[in-house]
Design a binder for this molecule. Structure first.
Ligand code: GAP
Length: 494
């Protein structure tokens, strides 16, 4: 059975993962809130992300920074001028949509990066009209996606909600470079909010107006872009790539990291591309066949990028969807901030006295898109059981174990179950449930992804063992209570 976006949205809402923000007032397009389980899932992703990417180098750290930023930040970064999307409006009614999405939907061709003029020509050529009232459409225009803010009472103090977390590490680079003892590469990560006035927010959390990004900015010496000290570790690792040259066949080609160097990509870039794939396949457990690294062409690349791959995962109903990207931003941002702030962004190589502006490699991921992706991949309707089993990986699932006393009217069983619960919750996220028959409790647990169901029964009072049931296989094993904590910790369990 094919999962639809509508079904996933309804499931996510009912179970407390994700639902529209301010819903009692009708909601606001492009704004979503996370319920108790969604928040746990998102935090688990963020924890995993921090551990993996900050672990790549001893000089990588996380920052926390203001979401509202000085107007000049965005003059320097180019966002005031270039962070625009094409918009198509009806000449009669209130219809408005992002023009490239509108055209792509009708002509079934990618039009990302097309100019307003090119999109207008396609609309005319294909005789596209307003989908609501069938009137003519206006020529395509552009809209800046940033949210401006008036700060304080005085007129003229314009600021903006940041449209990407990336600008915070850039404006703090010089301070951090000094504080981190002038070492490159230097990595500054942010797990934080970004804001975009999207023309057509849609698809649950895939296109919102406020969202979370997990981004790592790596500042490095551009003269060393052709090397990475750990490249040998990934040299023979096969990456699932769709390069510009593969587009006609529209097929993923597996290429080793070594092969990608022959395609003109620098070693420093390819090393991180490999690490990103390892994160998705090994940590987030995305099935390899649903993962690809999609190379963008000159037209599609973000305005600040020299090399740009999207990280794409195949989702139900939507097909391959961008979840993140690896961006070689050169010195675009630091040079821009040097120009506008009049503060030098240069650093000096000690041995040679050579001065240069560091370049930036950006590893950028949408946390909300990732959570959506995780739910989409984990959602399995089980015919035999006749309910949904949420097969989230053990590292990500919001609740790891459910503790179930077989009956709730036996003091001994309830007391022992409480004991087990209190002990396990010191190590694992646990859920105590004594309502309804145990089969019903298993079903409720499976639906929200609880990996292990632990039942305390009459025999437990005699043999000090419990039954541990695996969510995915439904296999049941008797385990001594004294060994439970260790065994659940992964000695025997995947
Ligand atoms: N700092 C680079 C940057 O922001 P981007 O491709 O515009 O690059 C990075 O955004 C990631 O942020 C995307 O791959 C996507 O996962 C997420 N993202 C972007 N716009 C979003 C939106 N409107 N709603 C949810 N996530 C979004």
């Amino acid at each position: 059975m094919e999962l639809t976006l509508k079904e996933l949205a309804s499931f996510a809402k009912k179970k407390g993962f994700i639902y529209p923000s301010s819903e009692i007032y009708g909601g606001v397009a492009g704004l979503y809130d996370y319920g108790h389980l969604g928040t746990l899932l998102k935090h688990n992703y963020e924890t995993l992300w921090r551990k993996f990417f900050l672990g790549l180098n001893d000089n990588f750290y996380e920052l926390e920074a203001a979401n509202v930023m000085h107007e000049n930040v965005f003059k320097a970064s180019g966002h005031l001028e270039n962070f625009i999307d094409p918009i198509v409006k009806c000449s009669k009614c209130d219809f408005a949509e992002r023009a490239d999405h509108f055209v792509t939907r009708h002509i079934k061709e990618r039009t990302e990066g097309f100019s307003a003029e090119e999109l207008t020509k396609l609309i005319v050529k294909h005789k596209l009209v307003c989908p609501q009232c069938k009137s003519y459409l206006q020529p395509v225009s552009v809209l800046n996606l940033m949210f401006p803010l008036q700060m304080g009472a005085a007129a003229g103090n314009r600021a903006f909600l940041r449209p990407e977390t990336a600008q915070s590490p850039y404006v703090n680079f010089k301070l951090q470079y000094e504080a981190q003892r002038k070492k490159l590469p230097l990595g500054l990560a942010i797990v934080g909010r970004a804001y975009r006035n999207e023309i057509s927010p849609r698809n649950l959390t895939l296109r919102q107006r406020e969202f979370t990004q997990t981004e790592l900015q790596i500042f490095f010496d551009p003269s060393k872009i052709e090397s990475h000290p750990d490249f040998a570790d990934v040299k023979n690792y096969k990456l699932r790539t769709l390069l510009e040259e593969d587009r006609k066949k529209d097929k993923v080609v597996e290429r080793t990291a070594g092969d990608l160097l022959k395609k003109g990509l620098p070693q420093f870039y390819v090393y991180h591309l490999a690490k990103i794939q390892q994160f998705y396949l090994d940590e987030l457990k995305v099935p390899p066949e649903k993962f690809r690294l999609y190379q963008l062409d000159d037209k599609e690349k973000a305005f600040y990028n020299k090399f740009h791959f999207d990280i794409e995962v195949e989702l139900h109903e939507l097909g391959f969807t961008e979840i993140g990207g690896l961006h070689y931003r050169t010195d675009h941002d630091l040079a821009g901030h040097q120009r506008v702030s009049k503060q030098s962004m240069e650093v000096m190589e000690e041995e040679s006295g050579r001065k240069f502006i560091p370049h930036v490699l950006e590893l950028s991921f949408g946390a909300d898109r990732t959570v959506y992706m995780l739910l989409d991949l984990a959602y399995h309707y089980n015919k035999e059981r006749d309910y949904v089993v949420l097969k989230l990986s053990t590292k990500l699932t919001p609740i790891y174990c459910g503790i179930f006393p077989l009956v709730k009217n036996n003091e001994g069983i309830v007391e022992l179950a409480r004991e087990v619960y209190n002990d396990l919750k010191k190590c694992y996220s646990c859920f105590y449930d004594e309502a309804a028959a145990v089969g019903r409790r298993y079903a409720r647990a499976d639906e929200i992804g609880i990996k292990y169901g632990i039942t305390i029964d009459f025999d437990s009072l005699k043999d000090n063992c419990v039954t541990v049931r695996d969510r995915d296989t439904t296999e049941q094993t008797r385990i001594k209570i004294s060994e439970l904590k260790d065994k659940l910790g992964g000695m025997y369990w995947k």
